[in-house]
Design a protein around this ligand. Structure first.
Ligand code: NDP
Length: 499
């Protein structure tokens, strides 16, 4: 994928129109309270613009619009093939606006354009098109029944869905939810993270242009405490789908219990292991994959492999190679395509990550690479990729999700110990295995408790594979694939006597 130059991206940034209003019932609107909040560019610390700050009154308006649209069948009542066409148009519009969306997301999140422009925008468009394409391929069932009975199991859209989104891959996480939600015929009320609101707002405008009727896709901007909570407690929301921290996920389950027992789908954090066996022959490839798994997206990635669990016999050699590969993960201006890493999402998050680095030193881990805040002169929140050797199970960085570019290196002596160490966490989202022995790979893949295992690579799979977590990395929810589609439907049995 050919990238533009830094100057070209800067020019787009200068001319960009920030979407700043909430999007309710097909209209760009101020909040009922008239309040606003500021959003900043974390790569400069400067204010970008002011965005509408909504609260429960705005959520109620959005849910009412979503319910009205669901009931009037302007979307829910379409033949699946018609929804497919609209979603395909939306996908095309996203691609038509790919540079604008990439720059908008980079400015808003500090994420490198070198990732967003060649990957995220295309994957966002692909995800919408993939689920659109699936809309008229999903089949219901006719079950074995007595001759005078027709017995069917059918899937119906669940109704009004609330989607609460994170800041780490704003567009893509929106698409992972919106694709299957909309393809199934639901209406949706989305709350993007207050840190990264703008690409979701722009996509809502494009969705309207593509032909999604008013009220079907609503975006309510503002804080989790006001907007997210109001969606989760609303008695007329049928399901809430969420990506973010385990702590907030827990709260959403409580809100469901306190309100209408809405369905809850959670995709949460991870403390993901990467296991390297002593038989690997391509140390360079493994080192490359390990650095990518740890540092991609500044480690602000729920599937980041933040624990390298390597056999003691090859640790020194592998670590040397990982350090060499890490040097290629350069940090700088997110709009400059030469850099692979941008800034952390906000000052307080950067400070939290720096605190983890200090704690690790104090607890006796050996800092062997990075460890500092850099580029302070930009006003932004940049941290070097950081590696700690000799980490032990009791240390904080072996247990807690840092959500930053920090890799903890630990060693094992045999396969059983490797599995035990990999599973020694409350999380279970992702794991990587590097090994040349297919039997060993199979035993490890079955032994590790994680929703996705990648072998001899770092990957979350593609649109056809489900993504979600074991243990406290998730609750029922799976993004991507036909598994995601089914989650946004209710199952109905129809038992019909032939007279
Ligand atoms: P949060 O879980 O706090 O935020 C995720 C979303 O939930 C945001 O839109 C947020 O709103 C909203 N929210 C916050 N509180 C509530 C609430 N009471 N009710 C409803 N919605 C709420 O994650 P953070 O953004 O604070 O990140 C913290 C940690 O979460 C990270 O360090 C990481 O460990 C994990 N995380 C995991 C992600 C993943 O991909 N699995 C993605 C992002 C974070 P608001 O706009 O106010 O933030």
């Amino acid at each position: 994928m050919e990238l533009l130059s830094k100057e070209e991206y800067q020019k787009i940034a200068q001319g960009i129109q920030y979407p700043t209003k909430a999007f309710i019932d097909g209209e760009k609107v101020e909040s009922v309270s008239g309040k606003i909040f500021s959003t900043e560019n974390p790569a400069t610390g400067e204010k970008l613009t002011e965005i509408t700050a909504c609260n429960e009154e705005d959520v109620d308006l959005a849910v009412r619009a979503a319910r009205r649209a669901f009931n009037d069948k302007s979307w829910s009542g379409l033949a699946p093939v018609q929804r497919k066409k609209v979603l395909q148009t939306l996908s095309e519009l996203i691609l038509e606006h790919k540079d604008e969306l990439a720059v908008l997301e980079s400015l808003d999140s500090g994420r490198p354009i070198s990732d967003i422009a060649p990957s995220d925008v295309y994957e966002t468009a692909e995800c919408i098109a993939w689920h659109g394409e699936a809309a008229d391929k999903l089949e219901d069932q006719v079950t074995a029944s007595p001759p005078d009975i027709v017995s069917m199991i059918v899937r119906e859209p669940i109704g009004v869905v609330g989607a609460v989104l994170p800041w780490n891959f704003p567009m893509l996480m929106a698409a992972w939810k919106l694709g299957p939600i909309l393809a199934a015929g639901n209406s949706v009320v989305v709350k993007p993270s207050k840190l990264t609101t703008m690409t979701m707002l722009r996509i809502a405008e494009l969705a309207q242009e593509a032909g999604i009727p008013a009220g079907v896709l609503n975006v309510v901007t503002g804080s989790g405490a006001l907007v997210g909570e109001a969606i989760a407690l609303h008695p007329d929301v049928n399901l809430i789908t969420f990506t973010g921290s385990t702590a907030v996920g827990r709260t959403l389950l409580e809100y469901s219990g306190k309100s209408n027992l809405k369905r809850v789908l959670l995709e949460l954090g991870g403390k993901n292991p990467c296991i390297v066996m002593p038989n690997i022959t391509d140390l360079e490839a493994a080192a490359e994959g390990i650095a990518q798994a740890a540092f991609w997206n500044m480690g602000e990635n729920c599937s980041a492999n933040s624990r390298l669990i390597v056999h003691k016999d090859i640790k020194d050699e592998l670590l040397k190679a990982v350090i060499e590969k890490t040097k290629a993960w350069t940090v700088g201006d997110p709009l400059d395509p030469q850099f692979r890493l941008g800034s952390m999402i906000e000052k307080s998050h950067m400070e939290k990550v720096l605190e983890y680095i200090e704690t690790s030193k104090a607890e006796g881990a050996d800092l062997v690479y990075g460890g500092r805040q850099i580029l302070q002169e930009t006003g932004g929140y940049f941290i070097e990729p950081t590696i700690f050797d000799n980490v032990t199970a009791g240390m904080t960085i072996a247990k807690e999700e840092v959500f930053g570019p920090v890799l903890a290196v630990m060693t094992f002596s045999n396969e059983e110990e490797a599995i035990e160490m990999a599973n020694d966490t409350e999380y279970g989202l992702h794991a990587s295995i590097w090994s040349k022995d297919v039997n060993e790979v199979h035993r490890l893949s079955r032994g590790i408790q994680a929703g996705t295992i990648s072998v001899n690579c770092f990957s979350e799979g593609d649109m056809g594979t489900p993504f979600g977590g074991f243990k406290q990395s998730g609750f029922i929810g799976r993004d991507k694939s036909l598994w995601a589609s089914r989650q946004y439907t209710e199952m109905k049995t129809i038992w019909m006597k032939i007279c």
